[in-house]
Write a protein that binds this ligand. Sequence first.
Ligand code: ADP
Length: 326
Amino acid sequence: MTELKRIGVLTSGGDAPGMNAAIRAVVRGSIYHGVEPVAIREGYKGLIDNDLEVVNARSVANIINQGGTFLKSARCQEFRTKEGRAKAYENARAANLDGLVVIGGDGSFTGAMLLEEEHGIPCIGVPGTIDNDIYGTDYTIGYDTALNTVVEAIDKIRDTATSHNRLFFIEVMGRDAGFIALNTGIAAGAEEILIPEQENSVEKLMSGLQSSGRAGKTSSIIVVAEGDKSGGVFELARTVEKSFPEYEAKVTVLGHIQRGGKPSCFDRVLASRLGVAAVEALLKGESGIMVGVRDQQVVKTPLERAISKQNTIDSHLMKVAEIITV
Ligand code: ADP
């Protein structure tokens, strides 16, 4: 075990439900192992502005059940510069930080990697993002909660869709990846699911709608990932309305409600596990890695790999989606 006196924890980039549970686990994991935890507010901005303080086990009481991040997250341009990172390091050094746990996504991990490369401070990444698009983990913190929020919203929309001959286009988050769209589309019984990983989505949609008309369906739910290549959900609705004038096309963009809400049990447990694993990795002298879970086990992936590689969408699940929408 490495002799560590103090470690810093911050949340950075897009917030996700369960980040609070991860902070709590880092703080309490540190205290358990005799290390002093230092909380840094507003991600890398707080490190540059020296907005940090030593916290104790009680500082993170009653947050495991809350969405968002009580430390706040930020997007910090200055940290993208060498000078910004040097300033951040100076403050980390002045605060006697022996390591840093960064809870965030790809961008935050890139920043952590650079900080470590340039200044030698050991950094561990904890994947926190609702998109589930980080390589090296089966699940990211916040993803499960977001799925449940989306399914609940689609269920409500279905009630109104079935009361009229309506086609509902529901845009869900996922700029580069269709994990949310595919899984919630299946779970909420969507007739069509459009994701960035799939080509010819418009043609597929049109033929799918034709067959569902033949199958006697009078209303349809179409789940569209933000990053789908068909030109955006509004454009898609207009195109479909032209070809199927018997339907009234409605668009719902779920937007930021997908990021909010109380974290699910799954996310709280995942965040607790990964927060503790991050502290223990630092204690073992590890650095430049992300902690994640694969096949129910905690695994570690070099930050460089986590950033540069992509999680691929499950092709069997795509087939399942196709089969169950007949
Ligand atoms: P996420 O971590 O959710 O992917 P961002 O991409 O916005 O979110 O990144 C969060 C923060 O990480 C940025 O505001 C910036 O401070 C830092 N960061 C992102 N990319 C880089 C980079 N290439 N170099 C240095 N810092 C970066």
